[in-house]
Design a protein around this ligand. Structure first.
Ligand code: BGC
Length: 372
């Protein structure tokens, strides 16, 4: 049975109850194919409920674990670092044996993870790497550099940068400076686009064009906040797009920033059609898929969070049964102290013509969610 089928089957077996099995994993009854995991006590901490993806991420993993008879505590921290730290402390004190953490500030968890290590708690960094600590056992994520490459290559192809004759106006954005992922997203995209900026095929009228990948945080939007992205785009448009100058492409690293950028463009009078810029995104949030269908956003990099939940479930299953935890990358994610063994999942581009086949037919979104 494929991982995916098994994950779905576990969800289908939700109503069943089963005492903890004596051996490490025991097939759950009812023909669902799910497993009851032994000594499975998991604390999950997610950054915020303000983004659809984290709500789905948390709910999916919680359900799979509950179906496997694990004790699960799921917490959201409203993007507040201290709140997330005290949630993790409570989970350790409450007997969690495995922590799954999607960090807010990837550098702020060293002391609490030291405590986890003393209690022999295993730590899985979820989606975002935890930096500066030796006490991170595994990392499960999408290929974050590839996310940026997909965005950069999308703009390169759509703008036909290799044959463009006159300079094209681009405005690049980057994600939250405290999120390690944001660096990878930006590098992936900028490695494609910077050579065209250097050649003059792309120009950045606001001047907010990092000279190298390393300078990405100078254009980072704290907290991935839509309103902050909107205010930044308002400033760029009102200061640098005067006298009929039009922005032709916006590198937005994710959907929450794209929401703010689109709102700003609308208030500056841009309407979908010939003079409307290309805008990238990431996540496949409902509001953004609607924007894609309406021609207000050009693409999103879709990360099927069900696959990430399924992978983390597999890691937990392997940990609780004493098996080797499967990883597929042992080079890329150095957290400053060690290279964290990682499992990377492939992201995919979704444009208007792919919404039905990728997002709806796979059950990721309902047609009615996006007005289809
Ligand atoms: C995630 C993105 C998300 C962003 C904002 C990143 O770490 O990988 O999927 O859009 O955080 O929450």
């Amino acid at each position: 049975m494929s991982h995916k089928t098994r994950f779905v089957a576990m969800i289908a077996a939700a109503a069943l109850t089963l005492p903890l099995a004596a051996c490490s994993t025991t097939p759950a009854p009812g023909g669902g194919g799910g497993d009851a995991l032994k000594d499975c006590n998991v604390g999950i901490t997610m950054p915020t409920r303000s983004l659809e993806r984290w709500i789905n991420d948390g709910a999916q993993l919680q359900k799979a674990l509950q179906d496997a008879k694990c004790t699960v505590d799921l917490q959201y921290a409203d993007n507040k670092v201290d709140q997330q730290i005290s949630q993790i402390q409570n989970q350790i004190a409450g007997g969690a044996k495995i922590l799954v953490i999607a960090s807010i500030d990837g550098t702020a968890l060293g002391p609490v993870l030291e405590e986890a290590a003393k209690q022999q708690v295993k730590v899985i960094a979820y989606d975002r790497l935890i930096n500066g600590s030796p006490n991170v056992d595994y990392y499960a994520t999408f290929d974050n550099y590839k996310v940026g490459q997909l965005q950069g290559n999308f703009l390169k192809d759509q703008l036909k940068l290799d044959s463009a004759s006159s300079p094209i106006n681009l405005e690049p954005f980057a994600g939250s400076p405290d999120d390690n992922n944001a660096k990878f997203f930006f590098s992936g995209a900028w490695d494609v686009l910077l050579p065209y900026v250097e050649k003059g095929t792309l120009t950045v009228p606001s001047g907010k064009a990092p000279k190298s990948d390393a300078d990405w945080a100078t254009i980072g939007i704290q907290g991935w906040d839509s309103a902050k992205a909107q205010a930044e785009m308002d400033n760029r448009l009102s200061s640098f797009y005067t006298g009929g100058k039009k922005v032709q492409a916006v590198l937005s690293p994710n959907d929450s920033l794209a929401i703010g950028i689109v709102a700003s463009l609308k208030s500056a009078g841009y309407k979908p059609g010939a003079d409307y810029p290309l805008i990238t995104g990431q996540d496949g949030d409902k509001a953004n898929v609607k924007a894609i269908l309406a021609g207000e956003q050009s693409m999103t990099v879709w990360k099927d969070t069900r696959k990430l939940g399924e992978r983390v479930f597999t890691m937990i299953k392997q940990i609780t049964s004493g098996q080797t935890v499967e990883v597929n990358d042992t080079k890329t994610y150095n957290n400053g102290v060690k290279v964290v063994p990682s499992y990377l999942i492939e992201p995919e581009v979704v444009t208007k013509d792919l919404v039905q086949s990728k997002l709806i037919d796979s059950g990721f979104l309902k047609a009615s969610d996006v007005g289809l």
